[in-house]
Write a protein that binds this ligand. Structure first.
Ligand code: XIL
Length: 391
C-alpha cells in the first residue's frame, strides 16, 4: 500500500513537472522605459510588474533604433534601458526585430548598396545585435523576431504588380508602385562581379541568410518568423503557412512563428472572423510543423468617438471585443506549442492604434486610467484553461 506521504510526494512531483520553470508560459507587453520610470505615471510600472513576465521594445530594438547612424555605428542606449528594466523586474524579453522593411535608416535606404554589400550589412547587423544581448544580458532574450512581415510584403508587391498590369499601367514606374519590395529582397540578385544570379529568390534568399546568420550568432536563443494577417484560416494565412513550412522543410533554422494579432472589429458581428475554431486550426497546423508559437502583438481595435481612442462608439463593440480576447486566450491556452502572448501596449493611454488608425482605439486590456477592461478579465479567464487542460 502506498503511504499517504508517498502519495503526497508523487503528487508534488507531478505538480512540479506540470508547472516547472522549464517551460513556463509568458504573458507580456511592450515596455517603454520613460513611462516605466516616470514619477507622474506610477501605475504604468505597477501594472507591468504585477501582470507580466515578458516585455518587448515597441521600436527601440528595430534596425533604426540601434543602427541608425551608419554602417559601423551602433547605439544601444535606448534599447538597453528597456533590457535593464526587464532584467531588474525578473522579466524575459522578445527581441523585435532584426530584419524588416520598415525602420530602415536613411544611410541604408539611400546608400545605393549592391546585393553583396546588402548581404554583408544584414549579416553584420544580425550578428552584432544578437551578440550584444547574449553577452551583455545572458538569458534575457527568449526569442528574436529574426524576420518580420517578409511574406506579406512580397505578396503585397506581387498583388500590386498584377493589378497594374491588368490595368494597363507600367508596373516598373516608381510612381505607380505603392507597395514596393523590401530593400533586403535585392540580396542574392547579383554576384560580386555584378552578374545576375539565375536562382535569385527575392523573398527567400534574404530570409534564409537572416536565420542562418542568427543561428550562428547565438545557438541557444529561439529564432522566430513574425507576420500579420495569420490569425485564422484564409488564403493569406495559408500562403504564410506554406512559406514557413517550405523554409522549415529545407532546414532553415526557424524555431517558432510569431503571430501579430492586430485584430479589428468594425462592427460587433466581426467577432465571427475570430472564432475559436478558425484560430485553433491555424495554431494547430503550425504546431504540427514542430514550431513554437507566440502571439506577439495582440490588440483588438474598435471604432471610437474620440481621436484619442478612449471611448468606444457603442458598448456592444466592447462586448464583442471581450469575446475576441476570450477566444484568443482560450485557443493559445489549449495549444501546448503556444508559449507566449504579448499585447502591443497594455493601456489605452499608450497604444499605437489611435495614431495609426484614426478614430480607432480602446484596443488594449487596460483603459487610459489603468483600470482593467472586460477584455482583460476575458484574457485571464481564457488563459486559466491552460492549467485545467493539464490535469
Ligand atoms: C509599430 C509601432 O507600434 C509604432 O510606434 C511605430 O511607429 C511603427 O511600428 N507590426 C510590427 C510592429 O511588427 O513593429 C509595429 O510597431 C506594428 C505592426
Amino acid at each position: 500500500m502506498l503511504s499517504m506521504k508517498r502519495i503526497i510526494v508523487v503528487f508534488c512531483l507531478l505538480f512540479a513537472s506540470v508547472y516547472s520553470d522549464q517551460d513556463p508560459f509568458y504573458l507580456g507587453s511592450t515596455l517603454y522605459a520613460p513611462y516605466m520610470t516616470s514619477p507622474t505615471e506610477p501605475l504604468y510600472s505597477l501594472v507591468m510588474q504585477r501582470e507580466f513576465n515578458i516585455a518587448v521594445a515597441e521600436n527601440e530594438m528595430k534596425f533604426s533604433g540601434v543602427h541608425g547612424g551608419g554602417q559601423t555605428i551602433y547605439d544601444f542606449s535606448r534599447a538597453d534601458a528597456i533590457a535593464t528594466l526587464a532584467m531588474q523586474n525578473g522579466m524575459k524579453m522578445r527581441g523585435h526585430t532584426l530584419v524588416w522593411h520598415h525602420a530602415i535608416p536613411s544611410w541604408l535606404s539611400q546608400g545605393n548598396y549592391t546585393s553583396v554589400q546588402l548581404a554583408q550589412i544584414l549579416v553584420g547587423h544580425i550578428t552584432t545585435v544578437i551578440q550584444h544581448y547574449s553577452q551583455k544580458y545572458p538569458g534575457l532574450i527568449l526569442a528574436w523576431d529574426v524576420v518580420n512581415e517578409a511574406y506579406n510584403v512580397e505578396q503585397g508587391y506581387l498583388n500590386e504588380q498584377a493589378a497594374l498590369i491588368a490595368a494597363g499601367k507600367d508596373p516598373t514606374d516608381p510612381a505607380n508602385i505603392k507597395s514596393p519590395r523590401t530593400i533586403w529582397s535585392k540580396i542574392g540578385q547579383f554576384d560580386a562581379a555584378g552578374n545576375p544570379i539565375s536562382t535569385w529568390d527575392p523573398l527567400r534568399d534574404y530570409v534564409r541568410l537572416a536565420f542562418r546568420t542568427a543561428r550562428a550568432a547565438d545557438p541557444n536563443v529561439k529564432l522566430f518568423y513574425n507576420d500579420y494577417s495569420n490569425e485564422g484560416i484564409s488564403t493569406g494565412s495559408t500562403g504564410n503557412y506554406n512559406f514557413v513550412k517550405g523554409l522549415v522543410g529545407e532546414g532553415v533554422p526557424i524555431d517558432g512563428v510569431g503571430m501579430q494579432y492586430h485584430l479589428l472589429l468594425n462592427k460587433p458581428t466581426d467577432v465571427n472572423n475570430y472564432s475559436q475554431s478558425t484560430l485553433l486550426s491555424n495554431l494547430q497546423r503550425y504546431a504540427a510543423l514542430g514550431l513554437d508559437i507566440h502571439i506577439t502583438e495582440l490588440d483588438v481595435r474598435i471604432p471610437t468617438s474620440d481621436a484619442t481612442g478612449f471611448i468606444p462608439t457603442t458598448p456592444d463593440l466592447l462586448a464583442a471585443q471581450t469575446q475576441v480576447f476570450a477566444n484568443v486566450a482560450a485557443t493559445c491556452a489549449q495549444t501546448p506549442a503556444c508559449k507566449a502572448l504579448l499585447c502591443w501596449g497594455f493601456t489605452y493611454a499608450h497604444s499605437w492604434i489611435p495614431a495609426s488608425f484614426a478614430f480607432f482605439g480602446a484596443a488594449t486590456p487596460f483603459d487610459q486610467n489603468y483600470v482593467p477592461t472586460p477584455g482583460y478579465l476575458a484574457l485571464q479567464k481564457g488563459l486559466l484553461l491552460r492549467k485545467k487542460c493539464c490535469f
